[in-house]
Design a protein around this ligand. Structure first.
Ligand SMILES: Nc1nc2c(c(=O)[nH]1)N[C@H]1C(S)=C(S)[C@@H](COP(=O)(O)O)O[C@H]1N2
Ligand SMILES: [Mo]
Length: 157
């Protein structure tokens, strides 16, 4: 069973599977209510951070895909409203929707527009890491690199 790991400064390393995520407070039954055009259900990032006893220690959040091929590091403050999408109807979020775990930032800016943009909506999320300094970030920085990435991964945006 795939699990989502949370680790870093000031927290207890923890792992969450579908069942654990479903038991947290802060459930979002239908993410399309918050992010038009998106499907599935999720839980607020804030609930996960509370569950692992987050103190004020970490200021950056690094989101890494389970296979390690993609990572984005963003200020925690800027993604306070983020959601971990983990379900579609009663089952897990399928891989073609970015599952089993997908980071989703409501009202995010377009790709390559800043420190927090749509590229930080990491799919197939494996690990969330808290740190004082920015962490690993493989997001494309140029339009050309971005176009290439989209070609390779079949992005729709
Ligand atoms: N694991 C993983 N997550 C990823 C990417 C990727 O290549 N791998 N691309 C990112 C980029 S650049 C964008 S713009 C969004 C696109 O997500 P969408 O196709 O659902 O809009 O996913 C992000 N999450
Ligand atoms: Mo992107």
């Amino acid at each position: 069973m795939t699990r989502l790991r949370i680790e870093g400064e000031g927290i207890t390393t923890s792992e969450f599977g579908f069942a654990e995520l479903a038991q947290l407070p802060g459930q979002i039954t239908d993410v399309s209510q918050l992010v038009p055009g998106r499907e599935g259900g999720g839980v607020r990032l804030h609930s996960l951070l509370e569950a692992v006893g987050r103190t004020s220690a970490g200021t950056y959040l690094t989101l890494e895909s389970a296979d390690g091929t993609f990572a984005a590091s963003v200020p925690l403050e800027a993604v306070r409203e983020a959601i971990i999408v983990y379900r579609l109807a009663d089952g897990p979020l399928p891989p073609h929707k970015g599952g089993p775990f997908r980071f989703l930032i409501p009202q995010v800016e377009h790709c390559t527009t800043g420190e927090v943009d749509a590229c930080a909506n990491v799919k197939h999320l494996g690990c969330i890491r808290l740190s004082q300094e920015p962490g690993r970030d493989t997001r494309p920085t140029s339009a050309a690199a971005h176009a290439l990435l989209h070609t390779h991964t079949g992005h729709s945006s």
